[in-house]
Design a protein around this ligand. Structure first.
Ligand SMILES: NC(=O)c1ccc[n+]([C@@H]2O[C@H](COP(=O)([O-])OP(=O)(O)OC[C@H]3O[C@@H](n4cnc5c(N)ncnc54)[C@H](OP(=O)(O)O)[C@@H]3O)[C@@H](O)[C@H]2O)c1
Length: 293
């Protein structure tokens, strides 16, 4: 009988690309998406995906969405409630008889990680590892798609600002993260059980090199300006982030400035058989042609 995959975070960056990849695959799978509201479910419903309305903040809403699920893609949004969201999902999975969980964690997740997000992900990774369910964990590097947050500023004056100084990052295209997740979810063998993968891109770049790469594709000057931590905090809050998320941004920038992210892995190729996309591929294929407002 065909297996049912439940995708959490289906309106978000990685999970929406995962749904696209799973739908394009020839695998014999039933696909279900967990979405928080009817309104947000509309596009998915129109494309024929089985959608269940539920919320990881509300454990009572979960059993119906998890019923009959074999494989779970477990993604939680960053924030102080992430471990609670993860716990609610794992509890619902256990009760529903889910067989395998593929969990989205983050680069360097550990109890002594330099970011609050990495330390919280370590708690959730550990809970899954102790759950008795089959598991695989992805700890991707910095997403190239994060750079899209700078697109409006770059369109305006060519500049973008972070506190990463000369630190290098093996940043990854989220489409490759989704491809890794799909390859695992579609694999009926147990070879990914108990594995932790860190998908990265093919190059470790500092943000001045990123600016040069964007400039080549956009055919206009682009300049990275390294700024102090407090400028990133203030700018993030001004852009609408909560103080918690602004603090997380500062911590990542500081860690990257110390070259914490200066590495690449072969995990995209190992799991998908394909080389990861380069920054230039991302910029050519995903950078907005019109200036975002
Ligand atoms: N950004 C990076 O560089 C990076 C790198 C490595 C790992 N990560 C990890 O990646 C994850 C985020 O992935 P992403 O960027 O693809 O996510 P995203 O685009 O921010 O989307 C988050 C998704 O979670 C859903 N969601 C939020 N709260 C929910 C709740 N209470 N119940 C159910 N669904 C809820 C959102 O739904 P709505 O549409 O309803 O809001 C949305 O679909 C985080 O765990 C982060 O730590 C990020």
């Amino acid at each position: 009988m065909s297996r049912t995959i439940l995708v959490i975070g289906a309106t978000g960056v990685v999970s929406s690309q995962l749904i696209e990849t799973l739908r394009a695959s020839k695998g014999d799978r039933r696909l279900r998406a967990l979405v928080r509201s009817e309104q947000k479910a509309a596009a998915l419903l129109a494309s024929g995906v089985d959608v269940k309305i539920a919320d990881l903040d509300e454990p009572e809403s979960l059993p119906l969405a998890f019923e009959g699920v074999d494989d779970l893609w477990l993604l939680t949004p960053p924030g102080p409630r992430a471990p609670e969201n993860n716990m609610n999902a794992i509890w619902a999975a256990r009760n529903a008889g889910v067989k395998r969980v593929v969990r989205m964690s983050a680069i360097g997740a550990a109890h002594d990680a330099p970011t609050r997000n990495g330390r919280l992900h370590a708690l959730s990774d550990q809970e899954l590892q102790a759950s008795g369910l089959r598991w695989t964990i992805l700890r991707p590097h910095f997403f190239m798609q994060n750079l899209l947050g700078f697109a409006a500023g770059i369109a305006a004056d060519g500049n973008f600002y972070l506190n990463t100084a000369h630190g290098r990052l093996g940043m990854v295209d989220t489409r490759d993260v989704a491809a890794v997740a799909a390859a695992i979810l579609l694999d009926d063998s147990k070879r990914h059980d108990g594995q932790i993968y860190t998908p990265t891109g093919p190059q470790s770049l500092d943000l001045t090199e990123v600016a040069e790469g964007l400039a080549r594709v956009l055919d206009k000057p682009v300049r990275f300006v390294s700024v102090p931590d407090e400028a990133v905090r203030a700018g993030s809050i001004q852009a609408g982030l909560t103080p918690w998320l602004a603090g997380m941004m500062v911590e990542y920038g500081r860690a990257y400035a110390a070259n914490w992210g200066n590495f690449t892995t072969t995990h995209v190729k190992d799991t998908t058989g394909r080389d990861p996309r380069r920054l230039a591929d991302f910029a050519r294929e995903q950078w907005p042609r019109e200036a975002p407002r």
